[in-house]
Design a protein around this ligand. Structure first.
Ligand SMILES: Cc1ncc(CN)c(N)n1
Length: 220
């Protein structure tokens, strides 16, 4: 079993539960209250800024140039790729990037990014990859399940762009590179080290769920 397979296996239950979350189901059938989505967009915009720093720290720690290049490449993919989707939504919702950047960060959001940044500052490259992986791959899995159950979600006039972004081939390819990196960096890891990667991955998977809850409840 690869490390990634092991991480996905240990977090199976919580990943299954993402598909049943009311926020996710609301995107799937288009019934989600736009105010909740607006709140989520602003929080996620702030989240992605710190998430990018986690990749930057991964790059700074790398001695191996090819892995350094991968971590560094993601900083561009997030700042100028994924966040473009957010900027487009924010323009439609009448929020300027400046407003989003100065918004208050919700506690669940702050707790999640603080945890990832703590791992990035204190731990090794494989641990950084484990902290990132849950975030990156869960959205692809969620969006693909949405399309499987609700193919029309792709063409929804408002939520369609969100769904299309995360089922895109480009997003899948980026995730595949990350999965390969996770497996490569943890090659030769002891059972104890692998268990620690599981702990990090589980913590981030639980934070992902908390983020959906936060968005649904518009928690401050
Ligand atoms: C909280 C969160 N998790 C995951 C993703 C997908 N990169 C995101 N945009 N936001």
């Amino acid at each position: 079993m690869t490390t990634t397979e092991r991480l996905l296996n240990v977090s199976k239950e919580i990943w299954e539960a993402y598909h049943e979350h009311p926020f996710v189901k609301g995107i799937a059938d288009g019934s989600l209250d736009k105010e909740k989505f607006k709140y989520y967009m602003i929080q996620d915009y702030l989240y992605l800024i710190d998430y990018t720093k986690v990749f930057a720290l991964g790059a700074a720690k790398e001695k191996d140039l090819s892995a350094m290049k991968l971590f560094a490449g993601y900083t561009h993919a997030i700042l100028d790729g994924e966040m473009d989707i957010h900027r487009a939504y924010m323009a439609r919702l009448g929020i300027t990037p400046e407003e989003a950047e100065t918004a208050n960060v919700a506690l669940d959001n702050l707790s999640y990014t603080s945890y990832m940044l703590r791992v990035a500052y204190e731990e090794g490259q494989a641990e950084v990859a484990a902290a990132i992986l849950s975030c990156a791959v869960s959205y692809e899995v969620i969006a693909k399940k949405i399309v499987e159950k609700h193919p029309e979600a792709l063409n929804h006039p408002f939520y369609g762009e969100w769904v299309s972004g995360y089922v895109a081939d480009a997003y899948h390819e980026e995730n595949q590179v990350l999965i390969d990196l996770m497996d490569r960096l943890s090659d030769g890891y002891s059972e104890k080290q692998l268990q620690h990667l599981e702990e990090i991955f589980m913590a981030c998977s639980r934070y992902e769920m908390a983020f959906w809850d936060m968005a649904w409840e518009m928690r401050r």
